[in-house]
Design a protein around this ligand. Structure first.
Ligand code: NAD
Length: 302
């Protein structure tokens, strides 16, 4: 069988595939090129690009599996794959530790003014009095979405002396307690938390789930962290909350529009911004390559 690897996948994953199949690595391949060769392949592997569209799936007469290394299937027409009996696999677990570590890093950066202190020091401005921060030890962390990443953030936070509360309507109270957190409604979590961290998918029920009303309910020293997806926090409302002193600060890895070139949040001092780098570690990339290779082998051999 033949596999087309259409994105940059870790070498360890490619070697695993080569033990089983004929593998062509064509990272950066255009849609037109994929269309012209896809009928020769039994499987195709992509990352967040290129897209595997209905047109490609229809042309892929021998296609049995479409694999997305990493999380999210936004670039794969899953319905069409199902219609044509093509399996779809991904490797969402590969980056959970990396994203959790970044979320915790953002908490520290915001609570201890790390990014602002760095900037002032480079500007040769020694302004220690303006850089007094807050400890995380002893504070309440509210985790919204208690899945893979939410739980991992909880483990790190617990080791740092934080207590955990969580909101996840798809889990039972026992499941949340089993992960070391106390279950609460979203409203109660928002009111009680010192730090709120978001780990939910972007779906209709989570779009703008944190907006003006929710910011009004937060503690005045609250910090909010979003490493999940842009669009879950209403950015206009966040800007109002940050500039009117409704909350202490925010840490964001994801934005409604990426890159956030026109975002008013770039003007705010009390927000730490990163570039959707939650999964961008060597370890996560390697894991994603290995897991996706195993998934493809399983899909084609079972
Ligand atoms: P997961 O599926 O393991 O966990 C998500 C949890 O959210 C589930 O437990 C689910 O029950 C819960 N949930 C769903 N709808 C909810 C709602 N309305 N309210 C509260 N909880 C709800 O997913 P994960 O692997 O933990 O990923 C979480 C998020 O992180 C996803 O949005 C993913 O896209 C994002 N992510 C970001 C990066 C990055 O680079 N920043 C990398 C990987 C994943």
């Amino acid at each position: 069988m033949k596999i087309l690897v259409a994105s940059d996948i870790a070498e360890e994953g490619i070697s695993k595939l080569r033990n089983e199949f004929e593998v062509d690595v064509r990272k950066g391949i255009s849609k037109e090129e994929i269309l012209s060769i896809i009928d020769c392949y039994d499987g195709v592997i992509v990352r967040s690009k290129p897209s595997i569209t209905e047109e490609i799936i229809q042309k892929g007469k021998n296609l049995k599996v479409v694999a997305r290394a990493g999380v999210g299937l936004d670039n794969v027409d899953v319905n069409c794959c199902q219609g044509f009996g093509v399996k779809v696999v991904n490797s969402p677990q590969a980056s959970s530790d990396s994203v959790a570590e970044l979320a915790f890093g953002l908490m520290l950066a915001v609570s201890r003014n790390i990014a602002r202190a760095d900037k002032l020091t480079r500007e040769k401005r020694w302004e220690k009095k303006s850089l007094i921060g807050h400890e995380l030890n002893g504070k309440i962390l509210g985790i919204v979405g208690f899945g893979r990443i939410g739980r991992n953030v909880g483990k790190i936070a617990k080791a740092c002396g934080m207590s955990l509360i969580a909101y996840d309507p798809y889990l039972t109270n026992e499941q949340i307690k089993g992960g070391g957190a106390e279950p609460f409604s979203l409203e109660e979590l928002i009111e009680r938390s010192d730090v709120i961290t978001l780990h939910v998918p972007l779906i209709e029920s989570t779009r703008n789930m944190i907006s003006d009303k929710e910011f009004e309910m937060m503690k005045s020293n609250a910090i909010i962290i979003n490493t999940s997806r842009g669009g879950i926090i209403d950015e206009e409302a966040l800007y109002r909350a940050l500039t009117r002193g409704k909350i202490l600060g925010a840490g964001l890895d994801v934005f409604e529009e990426e890159p956030p070139l026109n975002s008013k949040l770039l003007e705010c001092d009390n927000v730490v911004l990163t570039q959707h780098i939650g999964a961008s570690t060597y370890e996560a990339q390697k894991r994603a390559g290995i897991i996706i290779a195993e998934e493809v082998i399983k899909a084609l051999k079972c």
